[in-house]
Design a protein. Structure first.
Length: 121
């Protein structure tokens, strides 16, 4: 993991984390490119509106903690990240621990994919 790639991911993911905690679904969507491919735990979407709709449907009080497992600089303006994320809820609901794969292009998330947690060996 290079410092540059980790910094790029941290900048975007810190803003994502803050917008989720504020239930600011338009703020979350603004962190994604206009043509972002988004695959959350529901059917996938393409574009910011799908991202906004997904996060608007999440319960108030949801928060996320994350850790960058791996980061790769694919090009000057493209970073790939493997993220361990733990979503917590205020309501009586167990936390959701997932793995995220994200591609950040020009400072915006261009691809976001959630899968069951797979811890690094």
């Amino acid at each position: 993991m290079t410092v540059s790639s980790a910094t790029t991911l941290s900048d975007v993911l810190d803003a994502w984390q803050q917008a989720i905690a504020a239930h600011d679904f338009t703020g979350v969507a603004a962190l994604f490119s206009e043509d972002a491919v988004f695959q959350g735990l529901h059917p996938y979407s393409v574009g910011r509106q799908g991202v906004a709709d997904y996060y608007a449907a999440q319960p108030l009080g949801m928060t996320v903690d994350y850790r960058i497992v791996e980061a790769r600089q694919l090009a000057d303006d493209v970073t790939l990240g493997w993220i361990a994320a733990d979503f917590s809820f205020v309501e009586d609901r167990p936390p959701a621990s997932v793995s995220l794969t994200v591609v950040v292009r020009n400072g915006l998330v261009a691809h976001y994919h959630v899968s069951p947690r797979i811890d690094a060996a």
